[in-house]
Design a protein around this ligand. Sequence first.
Ligand SMILES: Nc1ncnc2c1ncn2[C@@H]1O[C@H](COP(=O)(O)OP(=O)(O)O)[C@@H](O)[C@H]1O
Ligand SMILES: [Mg+2]
Length: 483
Amino acid sequence: LPVAFHDRWASGQLLSRGTTDLMLLRMFLAFPLTFLLVNGVTIVVGVVIMLLQDWTLGLVVLGPAVPVMVTCVIFEKRYAKVARLAQDQVGDLTTVVEESVLGIRIIKGFGRHRSQARAFRELSGTLRGTELRKARLLATIWGVIVTLPEVAIGAALVVGVVQVADGGLSAGTLVAFLSTALALRWPVESIGFLLAMSQEAATATERYFEVMDEEVEGAAPVAGASPAGGGDRGLRFHGVTFRYPDAPPGSPPVLDEVDLHIRPGESMALVGATGSGKTTLTALIPRLYELTSGRITLDGVDITTLSRQALRAKVAVAFEEPTLFSAPVGDNVLMGADGAAGAADLERALSVAQADFVYALPQGTDTQVGEQGLSLSGGQRQRLALARAVVGQPEFLVLDDPLSALDVHTEAAVEAALRHVLADTTALIVAHRPSTVLLADRVALLSGGRIAAVGTHHELLRTNAEYAHLMSGEQSGEEEGAR
Ligand SMILES: Nc1ncnc2c1ncn2[C@@H]1O[C@H](COP(=O)(O)OP(=O)(O)O)[C@@H](O)[C@H]1O
Ligand SMILES: [Mg+2]
């Protein structure tokens, strides 16, 4: 599913749909479904037998069937609503728990555990209320379903005894009739909670398929896309306009008619104030988001004509937030290459990213990192993310501020090693510091959703006041005013 989908959906909702809801469905298939069939058949056969034994008594017992069915229909509608509400609330609760666990350092660091616990208590209180409403509904339906047949059997007993006394019915037939009626008690009584469980399974299935039925991204690539002439090689943005799918209507687009050409083998630095859309622009190249309008071409081929797999094999990215998975260090880096990459590639990538610290870890490149493993510093994680980006020797390299967490000495070492990689790679590097910008052949300044200027670092320093301001030491943290 597209990244835009995940921007929109809370992870707890996805988790609860993939666990609790599927569990409800599984339980339904294992137990209530069988009993619905078995008990349904038992009731139908039993009723036929009773009618054959004595049809007047049969009708007396059947009397409550209509009110019971009406109650069931009303009940089902209400129960479906409450069951759905409860399942949605489980999703919200899961989100709070998940975010609290992921953000545990911030919660502790800011002493927010009380407010987080309060949020949890409030949500679980609401959920408890909803579950109690479910229980009350179930109690009502059960009351109706148990009482009415019981009354009917009592009435049948009275009518039957009168008939036996009148001589119209043998005592044996009456006993046989009542035994049949009593045998139907459990099947009838079970209908209440079987219906409840079916209803829960139905809403759970609905919730599950709300996710599964989401539109999967993009159409199949158009066959026969051929590279255009030599002038169009490299990475090129043609009038790219982009607005986030969830942005309020009428808001200005993040990127507005961006034109940019990065020549083959060239590295281009992308500079811009915070929030100017640098990360957004880099995310468009591996097609994490679909353009609102315009085209991006790689060597003249529109990226929308390439399959995602082919595109992502050509383009490697290192994002601002270096995410590592619960896996050995080596596997985390080799994720960036297809299956063919081996120990030599790993070694080369680690040396480009100056990630030699890996060899000093307890089990070297086999050391587990991520959630269940060793914790690494921000700079160490950044270097591993950088190694992941370069390990596959991609044709196009996109780096979103890859060196921001490094100290100056490590940064200089990474830059020296990166220079070799960049020599024959077409690269776009988001940068903040002059030292990183100097890695690139040219610099593009992103401002107000457009490329405001392109040139070498020194040209732009001389000719562009905004660029000079961004690159000077005195820039104040937030640069929103520059937009
Ligand atoms: N997933 C998203 N959904 C909606 N808006 C977003 C999303 N990510 C970023 N934005 C908005 O897009 C703008 C540009 O953000 P970004 O590309 O991250 O800036 P930069 O990397 O230059 O600091 C910001 O105004 C931000 O609020
Ligand atoms: Mg950014």
